[in-house]
Design a protein around this ligand. Structure first.
Ligand SMILES: *Cc1c(COP(=O)(O)O)cnc(C)c1O
Length: 363
């Protein structure tokens, strides 16, 4: 077979997948481990699919050192559905929930929560243009939970340590865009969720990690597809799951394990991000990062150029050099380089060289 052309893909999501994972999926596509069928064609009640989902779960448990008193669920509807399921399940009896608002995604999360009941912002950095982490939190000691977004995908702002909730208030995290990019201490959380299509696989599946006692909060009358307790009890198999997406997510977990796990991947991610931020910092103001240095995301790097015209040229020229997906989100403008786990060091280095060359020609 001829070598297919692959570009350096800096898309924010859906995003680049490890080449090795795609090759395995390709090799197994027509005949999945002797079944004579693809994963898309086998029953979700078959022993083959059981092995897929159980292996994926076991690998994730190992990667994140997830304690035994947590369940893992594979849910459809994206992280966006979690914005609604969370308050429906965890905020029973008219309680209020606290949200730390640091960018577009946490702003959307609190907006959804407010449609269904009481929620308040424990901090909001919108006045600062969502370019920093909050200096202090105004916490409700009776909140049903404290929600934060560990990495704001659009504004490129990332928490490197967890906010501390009041005693007895569970911490909840949307980790869609930095999921499995570094080790975290799962035991600090009541619930963690992340859409797969940023850092862990294809669109169509969201991973939810939930502490057992959180499941006791689910009210009786929820539709079953919105009910954490029912989904956990069924092992994510209440109805037909997104089997192929779960399979690919499982291959990604395997790949991360093979690379040496999350401590190792964190090191690689840090090196890639440092190289791009250095190109920004050493440009003498030609490139300007959006986020304050202490809040800079390792995954998503939004930055501006001296003019919108130059930004447009940058994206066009980059594309000619097989550097794809660098146009920033319309709400921040400029450029955004998403350098998830699967972006190679070579890809990040190629971007850095391109940035230097572009500045030399246009600076
Ligand atoms: C992309 C993203 C979402 C929304 O994800 P969907 O799966 O498209 O619903 C939510 N939160 C964060 C941090 C994201 O990056």
């Amino acid at each position: 077979m001829s070598n297919p052309k692959r570009v350096f893909n800096f898309n924010a999501g859906p995003a680049v997948l490890p080449l090795e994972v795609l090759e395995t999926a390709q090799a197994e596509l027509l005949d999945f481990r002797g079944t004579g069928m693809s994963v898309m064609e086998i029953s979700h009640r078959s022993k083959e699919f059981e092995a897929i989902i159980q292996t994926a779960e076991a690998d994730l448990r190992e990667l994140l050192s997830i304690p035994d008193n947590y369940k893992i669920m594979f849910v459809q509807g994206g992280a966006s559905l979690q914005f609604a399921m969370l308050p429906m399940n965890l905020r029973a009896g008219g309680a209020s929930a606290d949200y730390i608002v640091t960018g577009t995604w946490s702003k959307t999360a609190i907006k959804e929560a407010k449609k269904l009941g009481a929620a308040r912002a424990a901090a909001n950095t919108e006045k600062e243009g969502f370019n920093c982490l909050p200096e202090s939190l105004d916490l409700d000691p009776n909140a049903a939970y404290l929600h934060f977004t560990s990495n704001e995908t659009i504004h490129g702002v990332e928490f490197f340590s967890e906010p501390t909730p009041p005693e007895g208030v569970p911490l909840v995290c949307d980790t869609s865009s930095d999921f499995i990019s570094r080790p975290i201490d799962v035991s600090k959380y009541g619930l963690i969720y992340g859409g797969a299509q940023k850092n862990a696989g294809p669109a169509g599946v969201t991973v939810v990690i939930i502490r057992d006692d959180m499941l006791e909060r689910t009210p009786e009358n929820l539709p079953v597809m919105l009910d954490y307790k029912a989904l956990a009890a069924s092992g994510s198999l209440h109805n037909t799951p997104p089997a192929f997406a779960i399979y690919v997510v499982g291959l990604v977990f395997r790949w991360v394990k093979k690379l040496g796990g999350l401590a190792e991947i964190q090191k690689i991610n840090r090196q890639k991000a440092d190289a791009v931020y250095a190109a920004i910092d050493e440009s003498g103001g030609f490139y300007r990062g959006h986020a304050a240095p202490e809040a800079r995301s390792v995954m998503n790097i939004p930055f501006r150029l001296p003019s919108e015209e130059l930004e447009e040229t940058f994206v066009k020229e980059a594309k000619k050099n097989d550097l794809i997906g660098l146009k920033g989100h319309r709400s921040v403008g400029g450029i955004r380089a998403s350098i998830y786990n699967a972006m190679t060091a070579e890809g990040a280095e190629t971007l850095v060289q391109f940035m230097k060359e572009f500045q030399r020609k246009n600076g």
